[in-house]
Design a protein around this ligand. Structure first.
Ligand code: FAD
Length: 398
């Protein structure tokens, strides 16, 4: 443990201004570390769709910057009910979202872009560098130099790869190739909120064999549709218009509001992508470089944990840099705290992705109890409690 309050690193370069990179920069700057974020995009644009933030992720964000969760709540929507329907619109069941009662925080659905904006607004504007596409780095005992496509280089004490599922930093560090396509394609967008389609504070999940659609209220007069379908072909459309025609074609037999919602959407707002993950790694940190978020542990969205585990990473990395006496020990402890937990959630998410497309089944009591134990372990993660660092109890392993 540390005996002095002087940070063990002075300057940190973070690659990627997604939720992970921005949250980490906030956490490190709170400690007086000169953290800068380098993002390949030339501007922040209103892109992305709805993201669900759960109690584990929200608690970590709140510990990183008290008050930020309240700001997010003012922008997004706190989910109170979940409705399950068929693709023809018949309601199968409606139930109260158990999150608040069980874990003390409701699920918060928010537009990815607003999440990015709110996190970015917590940082001085001169520490976010747009049009900085990382293409390489080299390290020695004293520093790490990062190279960017615009010809610039940056020297730092630590480089954090928070550059998403197709991470350049990971490719250079580990070189494990392309992410794994898990067999389903996704299309998502944000449109104007329509109360007749989606009651306030509700999430709707519609399903049929091989495809599902979510409707989320993301607040501030917007809602998000997310459509996924099991498809062997993961090729991306070559234009926005082509992507829109494709999703309309794939969901042609769905009930009217779904087709109508897709038809109303500006093609440039439709985000098309293959659902991918990677196999868990055994090590994330090498010398002066480490990984975080989707760059470290990309997972399918089935358990809604991508952004949430990323906020856990940001909190734990900052804590390790604060509490351990040198960089090597801090990063070893960061790996130790994060790899086992995220590997389990990655595996669970991959299994759950396939279950989405199977007919609803009655689960037996034993399996139900196992699932409940697992969810308690996942959502109970709390920066205020030392028990979050315990290894996974046998009873919980799925
Ligand atoms: C544009 C975008 C929209 C998304 N929308 C949604 C959504 O609507 N719903 C949802 O659930 N999840 C969404 N995600 C994924 C979700 O945000 C992540 O799974 C999760 O939050 C983990 O965040 P992250 O910061 O680790 O990675 P990401 O959110 O993927 O962010 C990575 C960032 O790194 C940047 N980057 C990548 N390579 C480089 C490079 N070489 N140099 C510099 N910068 C680089 C990317 O442009 C991006 O801003 C989106 C991701 C992106 C990039």
């Amino acid at each position: 443990m540390r005996e002095t309050s002087k940070p063990i690193v002075e300057k940190v370069a973070i690659i990627g201004a997604g939720p992970g990179g921005l949250a980490t920069a906030i956490a490190l700057r709170e400690q007086g570390i000169d953290a800068h974020v380098y993002e390949k995009a030339r501007e922040f644009r209103p892109i992305g769709a709805g993201v669900g933030l759960h109690p584990n992720g929200l608690r970590c964000l709140d510990a990183i910057k008290p008050g930020i969760v309240d700001t997010l709540k003012c922008s997004g929507c706190q989910v109170q009910r979940v409705t399950l329907k068929t693709s023809t619109g018949e309601t199968i069941t409606t139930y109260e979202n158990p999150m608040m009662k069980k874990y003390g925080e409701a699920t918060l659905t928010i537009w990815w872009w607003r999440l990015q904006q709110i996190l970015a607004s917590e940082l001085p504007s001169d520490v976010i560098h747009l049009n900085y596409h990382c293409i390489g780095f080299e390290q020695n005992e004293n520093s790490i130099i990062t190279h960017f496509e615009n010809g610039k280089t940056v020297a730092a004490d630590l480089l954090i790869g928070a550059d998403g599922v197709n991470s350049t930093v990971r490719e250079i560090l580990i070189g494990d190739g392309q992410p794994r396509y898990v067999g389903s394609m996704s299309w998502r967008a944000v449109v104007n909120y329509q109360e007749e389609l989606l009651p306030d504070n509700e999430v709707i999940l519609m399903k049929e064999e091989k495809s599902i659609v979510f409707l989320l209220n993301v607040g501030e007069g917007n809602m998000s549709w997310l459509a996924r379908k099991l498809l062997p072909d993961s090729t991306l459309s070559s234009t926005f218009a082509e992507a829109k025609s494709r999703v309309l074609r794939e969901f042609a037999n769905w009930m009217e509001p779904v087709r109508e919602l897709i038809a109303q959407t500006d093609p440039e707002r439709i985000l098309e992508g293959p659902i991918c993950d990677r196999l868990p790694l055994k090590q994330w940190s090498y010398g002066r470089v480490t990984l975080l978020g989707d760059a470290a542990h990309p997972m399918t969205p089935a358990a809604g944990q991508g952004a949430n585990t990323t906020f856990e990473d940001a909190y734990e990395l900052a804590e390790c840099l604060r509490n351990f006496p040198d960089l090597q020990t801090a990063l070893a402890n960061y790996d130790n705290r994060r790899i086992q937990r995220t590997a389990i959630i990655q595996t669970h998410s991959a299994e759950r992705e396939q279950l989405y497309y199977q007919p609803l089944q009655q689960t037996n009591q034993q399996l139900q109890q196992k699932r409940e134990n697992f969810e308690n372990w996942m959502y109970d993660y709390d920066p205020k409690s030392e028990s979050r660092l315990r290894y996974l109890p046998e009873t919980v392993a799925l």
